[in-house]
Design a protein around this ligand. Structure first.
Ligand code: SAM
Length: 216
């Protein structure tokens, strides 16, 4: 998702109390930022943020961080969050490229990574930009706790097959579950929280694929 550049989005984001401005300075001290030792779950490529806002309401015992690369998209998440009636002390946003994750989180600081409807980058020469490529898995290894988990959802079967292969070939990971039809999978769909893209694609009949993996 890349929205047209929205004038003023940078200023709104820069003065927003729940957007962390210098995330590198929080590396190794996210528990201090949240004011508690609760587990940290991040969504990489959060888009307009509906998934994380719903999760933060449902799970006040988890600390959530939404990561989005574009100001114009993050602005939409900020605006959506400002309309909520609850304050959500357990959710921060960061505007950054996920390639910088190891500069923002210390080793073992993150308990779970969500990747929801990540951009497919269909050309082979762009494979390393896919958020499930081995290049990105190596970045996640630098920040995930031992036994930390990764959950990935998409309606793009080619991207999903690529991601399953990358995960199977990666050392130090265990593929714990997967389905090509999440909404009809009794076990994996339990407690499923829909993302904006999931709502959109499932409403036109696209089956949703999901993979879960554990970092050993
Ligand atoms: N997760 C949301 C959902 O399921 O509705 C949004 C999905 S949207 C297709 C993918 C989002 O990931 C876009 O907003 C894009 O800007 C963001 N993104 C892609 N690559 C990224 C990267 N390297 N770092 C941070 N965000 C990224």
């Amino acid at each position: 998702m890349r929205l047209r550049n929205i004038r003023g989005s940078k200023d709104v984001i820069a003065s927003c109390p729940f957007v962390v401005q210098e995330p590198e300075s929080c590396r190794g001290r996210w528990a201090e930022v949240f004011g508690n030792e609760n587990p940290i779950h991040i969504e990489v490529g959060m888009g307009k943020g509906r998934f994380l806002m719903d999760m933060a309401v449902l799970h006040p015992e988890i600390n959530y961080i939404g990561i989005e690369m574009y100001d114009s998209v993050l602005l939409r998440a900020v605006q959506k969050r400002e309309k909520l009636e609850t304050e959500l002390k357990n959710l921060f946003f960061i505007r950054m490229d996920a390639r910088q994750l190891p500069e923002v989180f210390a080793e073992g600081e993150v308990d779970r990574i969500y990747l929801n409807f990540s951009d497919p980058w269909p050309k082979d020469r762009h494979a390393k930009r896919r958020l499930t490529s081995h290049e990105f898995l190596a970045r996640y290894e630098k920040i995930l706790k031992k036994d930390g988990t990764l959950e990935f959802k998409t309606d793009n079967k080619d991207l999903f097959d690529f991601s399953l292969e990358e995960m199977k070939n990666a050392e130090g990971w265990e593929l714990t579950a997967f389905t090509y039809d999440l909404h009809h999978d009794v076990v994996l769909s339990e407690g499923n929280v829909m993302t904006e893209y999931e709502e959109k694609f499932s409403s036109i009949g696209n089956p949703i694929c999901k993979m879960e993996a554990r970092f050993l």
